[in-house]
Design a protein around this ligand. Sequence first.
Ligand code: ADP
Ligand code: MG
Length: 198
Amino acid sequence: MLDTAFFRRWMTATAAAVDREADRLTELDSAIGDADHGSNLRRGFTAVAAVLDKDNPDTPGGVLTLAGRELISTVGGASGPLYGTLLRRTGKALGDAAEVDRAQLAEALGAGVAAVAQLGGAAAGDKTMLDALLPAVDALGESFAAASTAAEAGALATVPLQARKGRASYLGERSIGHQDPGATSSALLIAALVEAAG
Ligand code: ADP
Ligand code: MG
């Protein structure tokens, strides 16, 4: 079973991964965006780690809703409201259970990803974070490792795509040939589940 401590580890492992990879995320965003994705997420997840320490939420759902709220209030770019919605909606779907199993997390994350699709109006293949998140949700029933592999593959598969949503879509065909920054950071978020479980 996955308890509150697991969800805190998930968020702190994500914060560490984003911090480690911030320069790469920003580099990807400089090719097809405005070169702020790494700094946006670093600021957001640093704030998430701090607020979790301060407020000490005592349920898995509480951890994720607090983290989502913090991302929305600290990240200005498109990714802040989108990641914030992802975590908030996932947390809401977990309710106030003290522990959840991986199948429940998979279902809740599915609701979170659906909320991201609704908010941003994007679908699979539009070259966004959804291209990592949707395959991850599908594979989560199998294992965390399978979800992480699927997210990584989904992020890599954005390279030949033309962006149809977000800032990168302004580039039209020139967005082809570059990996989507948001799909790349989503793969980090899912990889952090493996770390939290280990
Ligand atoms: P901004 O584009 O405002 O500078 P970021 O650079 O932080 O914000 O985030 C860019 C990422 O956000 C993109 O790489 C993409 O994955 C994601 N994104 C942008 N718009 C959408 C959308 N409508 N739906 C889903 N994801 C999106
Ligand atoms: Mg940007």
